[in-house]
Design a protein around this ligand. Structure first.
Ligand SMILES: O=c1ccn([C@@H]2O[C@H](COP(=O)(O)O)[C@@H](O)[C@H]2O)c(=O)[nH]1
Length: 232
């Protein structure tokens, strides 16, 4: 059976909880994401454990620092053999370039993507940071920057997919990873730019990041099955 476009965000406090959660999941169908909370506590050993179970791991640490520091962090992440890793596009051109060059020689090379504007932000939050223009204009500008530095893709909300896809050729391999995914009726939590899995996929998302609607559900596998059915 082929892999789904779903990436499960393992936002758990401990490796024990994360590994118990993935235990019934088929690594041939789902990819998993390890973020700040889990990696800060459990580190590389947890990545190795997920690899032993056969999972592709997206290491979501969103590096954002000076080019040299980010390049070295990306190389360290690549050493772990992760499938995908990321940086913040707002780190700028030199940082993006340094990140890409740092992982170039790894075989297999991880996918390197950049976060545009966090899905927890809306227009007023953007203005408060001093960024002018609409959310979509900012995401499009960052998408251009990320592409110009030959990264593999972008993290954006599903709301910007149409505008980004308009700038891409049909067969462009640039991957579009969308968090802020909420099945109909789910709580939005701290996410402000949300959409359902089906809508996001139809608008051109390559991967859908799903966290709390699945990980905090009473019956996670039933929720996953319902989401997958909705994508047909
Ligand atoms: O803009 C972004 C970038 C990353 N994330 C991460 O995705 C998941 C979403 O979890 P939910 O529980 O489905 O809200 C989480 O790990 C974030 O760190 C994001 O939400 N937005």
């Amino acid at each position: 059976m082929s892999k789904t476009p779903l990436i499960i965000a393992l936002d758990f406090p401990t490796a024990q909880k994360a590994l118990a959660f993935v235990q019934p999941l088929d690594a041939q169908r789902y990819r998993v994401k390890v973020g700040l909370e889990l990696f800060t506590r459990e580190g590389p050993a947890l990545i190795e454990a997920l690899h032993r179970l056969g999972f592709d791991v997206f290491l979501d640490l969103k590096f954002h620092d000076i080019p040299n520091t980010v390049a070295r962090a990306c190389a360290s992440a690549a050493e772990l053999g992760v499938w995908m890793l990321n940086v913040h596009a707002l780190g700028g051109r030199d940082m993006l370039l340094a990140a890409r060059e740092a992982i170039e020689a790894y075989q297999p090379r991880p996918l390197l993507i950049a976060v545009s504007i966090l899905t927890s932000l809306e227009q007023s939050d953007l203005y408060a940071t001093g960024l002018h223009g609409t959310l979509e204009e900012n995401v499009l500008r960052l998408a251009r920057l990320v592409k110009a530095n030959q990264l593999d893709g972008l993290v954006c909300s599903p709301h910007e997919l149409t505008a980004i896809k308009r700038t891409m050729d049909k067969d462009d391999p640039f991957v579009l990873v969308t968090p802020g995914i909420r099945p109909v009726g789910s709580e939005s939590h701290d996410q402000k730019r949300i959409m359902t899995p089906k809508e996001a996929l139809d608008l051109g998302a390559t991967y859908l990041v799903l966290g709390r609607p699945v990980t905090q559900a009473d019956a996670p596998q039933a929720v996953l099955a319902a989401i997958e059915a909705s994508l047909q």
